[in-house]
Design a protein around this ligand. Sequence first.
Ligand code: SAM
Length: 284
Amino acid sequence: PDSDTADEAVRSTCDDATISKRYATSKGYWTDPYVQYFVRSVGERKAPEINRGYYARVQGMNHLLDAFLRKTKCDCQIVNLGAGLDTTFWRLKDENLMPRKYFEVDFPMIVARKIHNIKTKPPLSKPLIETHSTDSLLLDGHCLDSDRFCIIGTDLRDIPGLEEKLKKFHLNPELPTLFLSECVLVYLTPEQSSKLVNWASDTFHTAMFINYEQKERFLKTGWENADALDMMTVYSVLPQDDVARIERLEFLDEKELLQQLLQHYSICWATKDKLKLGMCFGCL
Ligand code: SAM
Protein backbone atom coordinates (compact mmCIF):
# COMPACT_ATOMS: atom_id res chain seq x y z
CA PRO A 1 0.00 0.00 0.00
CA ASP A 2 1.16 3.56 -0.64
CA SER A 3 1.95 5.66 2.42
CA ASP A 4 -1.38 7.56 2.40
CA THR A 5 -3.32 4.29 2.55
CA ALA A 6 -1.05 3.03 5.30
CA ASP A 7 -1.50 6.24 7.32
CA GLU A 8 -5.27 6.04 6.85
CA ALA A 9 -5.24 2.50 8.28
CA VAL A 10 -3.24 3.77 11.26
CA ARG A 11 -5.67 6.66 11.81
CA SER A 12 -8.63 4.30 11.80
CA THR A 13 -7.19 2.52 14.86
CA CYS A 14 -8.31 5.46 16.99
CA ASP A 15 -11.92 4.53 16.26
CA ASP A 16 -11.24 0.91 17.19
CA ALA A 17 -9.85 1.97 20.56
CA THR A 18 -12.71 4.36 21.29
CA ILE A 19 -15.43 1.94 20.16
CA SER A 20 -13.99 -0.74 22.45
CA LYS A 21 -13.77 1.68 25.38
CA ARG A 22 -17.32 2.86 24.73
CA TYR A 23 -18.57 -0.72 24.78
CA ALA A 24 -16.68 -1.65 27.98
CA THR A 25 -17.97 1.45 29.80
CA SER A 26 -21.53 0.70 28.66
CA LYS A 27 -21.12 -2.65 30.43
CA GLY A 28 -19.90 -0.97 33.61
CA TYR A 29 -16.20 -1.90 33.54
CA TRP A 30 -15.34 1.68 34.43
CA THR A 31 -17.04 5.05 34.23
CA ASP A 32 -16.49 7.50 31.39
CA PRO A 33 -19.31 10.00 30.82
CA TYR A 34 -17.46 11.61 27.87
CA VAL A 35 -16.62 8.76 25.50
CA GLN A 36 -20.26 8.73 24.27
CA TYR A 37 -19.67 12.12 22.64
CA PHE A 38 -16.95 10.66 20.43
CA VAL A 39 -18.75 7.48 19.34
CA ARG A 40 -22.48 7.70 19.17
CA SER A 41 -23.65 4.12 19.42
CA VAL A 42 -22.53 1.41 21.80
CA GLY A 43 -21.81 -0.82 18.83
CA GLU A 44 -21.50 -4.54 18.49
CA ARG A 45 -20.87 -6.80 21.42
CA LYS A 46 -17.24 -7.44 22.36
CA ALA A 47 -15.99 -10.61 23.98
CA PRO A 48 -15.53 -10.49 27.78
CA GLU A 49 -11.77 -11.07 27.53
CA ILE A 50 -11.48 -8.01 25.27
CA ASN A 51 -13.42 -5.91 27.79
CA ARG A 52 -11.24 -7.14 30.65
CA GLY A 53 -8.15 -6.38 28.57
CA TYR A 54 -9.31 -2.79 28.04
CA TYR A 55 -10.17 -2.54 31.71
CA ALA A 56 -6.61 -3.52 32.70
CA ARG A 57 -5.16 -1.15 30.08
CA VAL A 58 -7.18 1.88 31.15
CA GLN A 59 -6.86 1.28 34.90
CA GLY A 60 -3.13 0.54 34.65
CA MET A 61 -2.43 3.70 32.64
CA ASN A 62 -4.61 5.83 34.92
CA HIS A 63 -2.89 4.46 37.99
CA LEU A 64 0.57 5.57 36.82
CA LEU A 65 -0.73 8.87 35.46
CA ASP A 66 -2.44 9.75 38.75
CA ALA A 67 0.69 8.76 40.69
CA PHE A 68 2.70 11.24 38.60
CA LEU A 69 0.16 14.00 39.19
CA ARG A 70 0.19 13.43 42.93
CA LYS A 71 3.98 13.25 43.07
CA THR A 72 4.27 16.59 41.26
CA LYS A 73 1.23 18.06 43.06
CA CYS A 74 -0.17 18.78 39.59
CA ASP A 75 2.63 21.30 39.03
CA CYS A 76 3.47 19.60 35.76
CA GLN A 77 2.39 19.14 32.18
CA ILE A 78 1.13 16.10 30.31
CA VAL A 79 1.71 15.30 26.65
CA ASN A 80 -0.51 12.57 25.24
CA LEU A 81 1.13 11.34 22.01
CA GLY A 82 -1.31 9.79 19.52
CA ALA A 83 -4.17 10.68 21.86
CA GLY A 84 -6.88 9.90 19.33
CA LEU A 85 -10.28 10.48 20.91
CA ASP A 86 -8.99 9.91 24.46
CA THR A 87 -11.04 11.52 27.25
CA THR A 88 -8.42 11.84 29.99
CA PHE A 89 -8.51 15.67 29.99
CA TRP A 90 -12.18 15.60 31.09
CA ARG A 91 -11.59 12.94 33.72
CA LEU A 92 -8.76 14.95 35.27
CA LYS A 93 -10.90 18.09 35.29
CA ASP A 94 -13.74 16.23 37.04
CA GLU A 95 -11.36 14.69 39.58
CA ASN A 96 -9.62 17.97 40.32
CA LEU A 97 -6.32 16.55 39.11
CA MET A 98 -5.56 18.98 36.31
CA PRO A 99 -1.91 19.52 35.39
CA ARG A 100 -0.84 23.06 34.54
CA LYS A 101 -1.42 22.19 30.92
CA TYR A 102 -2.57 19.08 29.10
CA PHE A 103 -1.36 18.59 25.49
CA GLU A 104 -2.57 16.11 22.91
CA VAL A 105 -0.96 15.26 19.60
CA ASP A 106 -2.36 13.26 16.69
CA PHE A 107 -2.66 13.40 12.91
CA PRO A 108 -4.34 16.66 11.73
CA MET A 109 -7.29 14.67 10.35
CA ILE A 110 -8.03 13.06 13.72
CA VAL A 111 -7.53 16.33 15.56
CA ALA A 112 -10.00 18.05 13.22
CA ARG A 113 -12.63 15.47 14.12
CA LYS A 114 -11.95 15.78 17.81
CA ILE A 115 -12.18 19.58 17.71
CA HIS A 116 -15.42 19.38 15.78
CA ASN A 117 -16.90 17.19 18.52
CA ILE A 118 -15.68 19.56 21.23
CA LYS A 119 -17.14 22.58 19.41
CA THR A 120 -20.54 21.00 18.91
CA LYS A 121 -21.03 19.18 22.24
CA PRO A 122 -21.46 21.40 25.31
CA PRO A 123 -20.48 18.67 27.84
CA LEU A 124 -17.09 18.61 26.10
CA SER A 125 -16.65 22.36 25.61
CA LYS A 126 -17.89 23.47 29.03
CA PRO A 127 -14.96 22.06 31.08
CA LEU A 128 -12.59 23.58 28.57
CA ILE A 129 -14.13 27.02 28.91
CA GLU A 130 -14.22 26.69 32.70
CA THR A 131 -10.47 26.15 32.79
CA HIS A 132 -9.78 29.11 30.50
CA SER A 133 -9.55 32.65 31.83
CA THR A 134 -7.63 34.73 29.30
CA ASP A 135 -9.10 36.00 26.05
CA SER A 136 -6.74 34.03 23.85
CA LEU A 137 -8.72 30.88 23.06
CA LEU A 138 -7.50 29.54 19.74
CA LEU A 139 -9.87 27.21 17.93
CA ASP A 140 -9.45 26.47 14.27
CA GLY A 141 -10.02 23.38 12.17
CA HIS A 142 -6.92 21.48 13.21
CA CYS A 143 -5.65 23.11 16.37
CA LEU A 144 -7.03 24.08 19.74
CA ASP A 145 -5.21 26.09 22.38
CA SER A 146 -6.59 27.22 25.71
CA ASP A 147 -4.95 27.97 29.08
CA ARG A 148 -5.03 24.35 30.24
CA PHE A 149 -5.73 22.21 27.19
CA CYS A 150 -4.04 22.13 23.80
CA ILE A 151 -4.61 19.81 20.85
CA ILE A 152 -2.03 19.77 18.08
CA GLY A 153 -2.36 18.16 14.66
CA THR A 154 1.03 16.94 13.48
CA ASP A 155 2.90 13.80 12.47
CA LEU A 156 4.87 12.17 15.29
CA ARG A 157 7.47 11.07 12.75
CA ASP A 158 8.41 14.72 12.19
CA ILE A 159 10.25 15.60 15.40
CA PRO A 160 11.27 19.19 14.43
CA GLY A 161 7.64 19.91 13.48
CA LEU A 162 6.40 18.42 16.73
CA GLU A 163 8.89 20.39 18.81
CA GLU A 164 8.11 23.65 17.03
CA LYS A 165 4.37 23.30 17.62
CA LEU A 166 4.72 22.26 21.25
CA LYS A 167 6.97 25.28 21.84
CA LYS A 168 4.54 27.59 20.08
CA PHE A 169 1.87 26.50 22.56
CA HIS A 170 4.19 26.98 25.55
CA LEU A 171 5.26 23.51 26.49
CA ASN A 172 7.82 24.31 29.19
CA PRO A 173 10.97 22.12 29.26
CA GLU A 174 11.66 23.18 32.87
CA LEU A 175 8.43 21.70 34.21
CA PRO A 176 8.07 18.01 35.20
CA THR A 177 6.51 16.41 32.15
CA LEU A 178 4.59 13.21 31.63
CA PHE A 179 4.46 11.61 28.18
CA LEU A 180 1.75 9.09 27.46
CA SER A 181 1.59 6.83 24.45
CA GLU A 182 -1.16 4.28 24.52
CA CYS A 183 -0.91 1.89 21.59
CA VAL A 184 0.87 4.40 19.38
CA LEU A 185 4.60 3.66 19.06
CA VAL A 186 3.77 0.27 17.54
CA TYR A 187 2.63 2.17 14.41
CA LEU A 188 6.04 3.79 14.01
CA THR A 189 9.19 2.01 12.89
CA PRO A 190 11.65 1.18 15.70
CA GLU A 191 13.88 4.04 14.43
CA GLN A 192 11.02 6.54 14.42
CA SER A 193 9.81 5.57 17.87
CA SER A 194 13.29 5.62 19.38
CA LYS A 195 13.85 9.10 17.92
CA LEU A 196 10.67 10.27 19.60
CA VAL A 197 11.50 8.67 22.95
CA ASN A 198 15.05 10.04 22.72
CA TRP A 199 13.82 13.52 21.94
CA ALA A 200 11.66 13.42 25.07
CA SER A 201 14.54 12.38 27.30
CA ASP A 202 16.92 14.94 25.71
CA THR A 203 14.50 17.83 26.06
CA PHE A 204 13.14 17.35 29.59
CA HIS A 205 15.27 16.92 32.71
CA THR A 206 12.42 15.72 34.94
CA ALA A 207 10.02 13.51 33.09
CA MET A 208 8.22 10.23 32.84
CA PHE A 209 7.17 8.28 29.77
CA ILE A 210 4.34 5.77 30.06
CA ASN A 211 3.80 3.45 27.15
CA TYR A 212 1.19 0.76 26.59
CA GLU A 213 2.16 -1.66 23.88
CA GLN A 214 2.94 -5.10 22.73
CA LYS A 215 5.71 -6.31 24.96
CA GLU A 216 8.87 -6.08 22.87
CA ARG A 217 8.70 -2.53 21.64
CA PHE A 218 9.73 0.08 24.18
CA LEU A 219 13.27 1.44 24.02
CA LYS A 220 14.93 2.61 27.16
CA THR A 221 17.49 4.92 25.56
CA GLY A 222 18.32 8.09 27.43
CA TRP A 223 16.17 7.44 30.47
CA GLU A 224 17.54 6.92 33.99
CA ASN A 225 15.06 4.28 35.12
CA ALA A 226 12.77 2.04 33.16
CA ASP A 227 10.39 -0.66 34.22
CA ALA A 228 7.76 -2.82 32.60
CA LEU A 229 4.95 -5.07 33.69
CA ASP A 230 3.10 -7.42 31.42
CA MET A 231 -0.65 -6.93 31.55
CA MET A 232 -1.18 -10.26 33.31
CA THR A 233 0.81 -8.84 36.23
CA VAL A 234 -0.95 -5.46 36.01
CA TYR A 235 -4.28 -7.26 36.19
CA SER A 236 -3.15 -9.10 39.32
CA VAL A 237 -1.95 -5.97 41.13
CA LEU A 238 -4.93 -3.72 40.37
CA PRO A 239 -7.27 -3.23 43.37
CA GLN A 240 -8.71 -6.72 43.68
CA ASP A 241 -12.12 -5.70 45.00
CA ASP A 242 -12.71 -3.78 41.76
CA VAL A 243 -11.33 -6.66 39.70
CA ALA A 244 -13.78 -8.98 41.49
CA ARG A 245 -16.56 -6.50 40.66
CA ILE A 246 -15.81 -6.43 36.91
CA GLU A 247 -15.35 -10.20 36.79
CA ARG A 248 -18.97 -10.51 37.90
CA LEU A 249 -20.17 -8.29 35.02
CA GLU A 250 -19.80 -10.93 32.34
CA PHE A 251 -19.14 -14.62 32.55
CA LEU A 252 -15.81 -15.72 31.11
CA ASP A 253 -15.60 -19.43 30.60
CA GLU A 254 -12.04 -19.78 29.45
CA LYS A 255 -9.67 -17.95 31.75
CA GLU A 256 -6.73 -19.02 29.54
CA LEU A 257 -8.06 -16.81 26.78
CA LEU A 258 -7.68 -13.72 28.95
CA GLN A 259 -4.23 -14.83 30.10
CA GLN A 260 -3.04 -15.38 26.55
CA LEU A 261 -4.32 -11.97 25.55
CA LEU A 262 -2.86 -10.09 28.51
CA GLN A 263 0.53 -11.75 28.19
CA HIS A 264 1.11 -10.11 24.82
CA TYR A 265 0.86 -6.60 26.17
CA SER A 266 2.66 -4.53 28.74
CA ILE A 267 2.87 -1.14 30.34
CA CYS A 268 6.37 0.27 30.38
CA TRP A 269 7.45 3.42 32.07
CA ALA A 270 10.70 5.33 32.15
CA THR A 271 11.72 8.29 34.27
CA LYS A 272 14.42 10.90 34.71
CA ASP A 273 14.37 12.93 37.84
CA LYS A 274 16.74 15.87 38.05
CA LEU A 275 14.40 17.66 40.44
CA LYS A 276 14.53 14.61 42.75
CA LEU A 277 10.79 14.31 43.09
CA GLY A 278 11.18 10.61 43.83
CA MET A 279 9.69 9.40 40.60
CA CYS A 280 10.98 5.87 40.35
CA PHE A 281 7.61 4.14 40.76
CA GLY A 282 9.31 0.80 41.30
CA CYS A 283 5.98 -0.82 41.88
CA LEU A 284 2.63 -0.01 40.40
N1 SAM B 1 -4.08 6.62 22.50
C1 SAM B 1 -5.45 6.47 22.03
C2 SAM B 1 -6.17 5.42 22.83
O1 SAM B 1 -5.51 4.54 23.38
O2 SAM B 1 -7.41 5.48 22.87
C3 SAM B 1 -5.50 6.13 20.54
C4 SAM B 1 -4.82 4.84 20.18
S1 SAM B 1 -4.92 4.42 18.44
C5 SAM B 1 -4.65 2.69 18.54
C6 SAM B 1 -3.40 5.05 17.76
C7 SAM B 1 -3.40 6.56 17.57
O3 SAM B 1 -2.08 7.00 17.21
C8 SAM B 1 -4.32 7.00 16.45
O4 SAM B 1 -5.16 8.03 16.91
C9 SAM B 1 -3.37 7.46 15.36
O5 SAM B 1 -3.90 8.48 14.54
C10 SAM B 1 -2.17 7.94 16.18
N2 SAM B 1 -0.93 7.94 15.41
C11 SAM B 1 -0.27 6.86 14.91
N3 SAM B 1 0.81 7.24 14.21
C12 SAM B 1 0.86 8.59 14.27
C13 SAM B 1 1.74 9.57 13.73
N4 SAM B 1 2.79 9.24 12.96
N5 SAM B 1 1.49 10.88 13.98
C14 SAM B 1 0.42 11.24 14.75
N6 SAM B 1 -0.45 10.35 15.29
C15 SAM B 1 -0.24 9.04 15.04
